[in-house]
Design a protein around this ligand. Sequence first.
Ligand code: NAD
Length: 256
Amino acid sequence: MLTGKTALVTGSTSGIGLGIAKALAKQGANIVLNGFGDVEGPKAEVAKLGVKVGYHGADMSKPAEIEDMMKYAAGQFGRVDILVNNAGIQHVAKVEDFPPERWDAVIAINLSSAFHASRLALPAMKAANWGRIINIASVHGLVASSDKVAYVAAKHGIVGMTKVVALETATTGVTCNAICPGWVLTPLVQKQVDAKAAANGWTNEEATKRLLGEKEPSMQFTTPEELGELAVFLCSPAANNVRGVAWNMDGGWAAQ
Ligand code: NAD
């Protein structure tokens, strides 16, 4: 379905980004990976699916590096047809204890990076009259939790940005939508489970159950594979007129 198209997924060396990259690769899309940590492992996992794989190590908090990454992708693959703005970090603290530099980092990586990548991807998408921008927001783009001021602000912001891009592209073949996962057991969330376990003297299993129990009625994690399938749907012709939505996949979290 996506053969001949190129998808750039930010923050795709791990977790949800890697899951989405693999789901798009299974549909035939060439993939540009981005992110920190082990690169060769994720590259090999995607290459196994029979598509071309590139990588750019841009730090998504740095606009100049994002610009360089977009130039690299266009140079290697011709054009970015699908942009998945996924890179993200978390920091947990009360507002009055929240380090200002952590606020800046969360806003830069979780929100501003998506603006920069989108503004740079849009001209070629509009010229081709086809494109998909998928912003990985969060259920925290729809509702709040305490101790996550920067994350909740960034995720509400990206849901707003999604709507603006969707309006500005509404008469074209370019669509922009957001996906809002609940808990997904990635390194980002395992850190929060570990912190809960350490603070309360709980086992990993007990801390996991309590984390889910506080927010997610299904008591189940959403998986990167399930999120990948939603991204595939948003890239399909059936989703041609899905524009500006914030689609939660959250085990009933936001229904409460
Ligand atoms: P993760 O920690 O597994 O992956 C994050 C990815 O982003 C990694 O590839 C990492 O290297 C990359 N990254 C981090 N900082 C970067 C930077 N400055 N520049 C470039 N890459 C950077 O996390 P995840 O859980 O897969 O999260 C992915 C996205 O999904 C985030 O935007 C997160 O907010 C969102 N999300 C996660 C959950 C969850 O429960 N895990 C829920 C809702 C939304």
